[in-house]
Design a protein. Sequence first.
Length: 168
Amino acid sequence: MAEIYLAGGCFWGTEHFLKRINGVVSTQVGYANGNTSNPSYHDVCHRDTGHAETVRVEYNPEVVGLPLILSLFFKTIDPTSLNRQGGDAGTQYRTGIYYTDDADRPVAAAALAALAERYTKPIAVELEPLRSFFPAEDYHQHYLDKNPGGYCHIAPELFALAQKANRG
């Protein structure tokens, strides 16, 4: 198994989207690359913790590769928007790719370079090693499964795209 950590604004929708990709084994929402330990949602939203709402994605690289995961992820964000996705604004809603395997850095860098060719504005997606990750509270895990009418910044038709992307 392999893992990558993706920040795409509100983690509810990002998690709901990513777990539909064939080959994704598990997802977990949490707070990444901040400057405090074990923050709460309240801390992340109302204190200067530096964390990004992030999804830990565990996947089987024999079924789905990182380039496909990233290309699908890019469809769910405005990669030129700094600290804002959909109706959410603040540094916790920044976009990012956080890796634990150094071999993933050039793959993600190439994906970001290809993405940048499609935009005239600069790409605002961070690419950094994962420094820290703290799981979010239980009520945030698989939130949109538990609350089907909950807020989501991702267009509903994209969820079907994730399911169809790499199926035979």
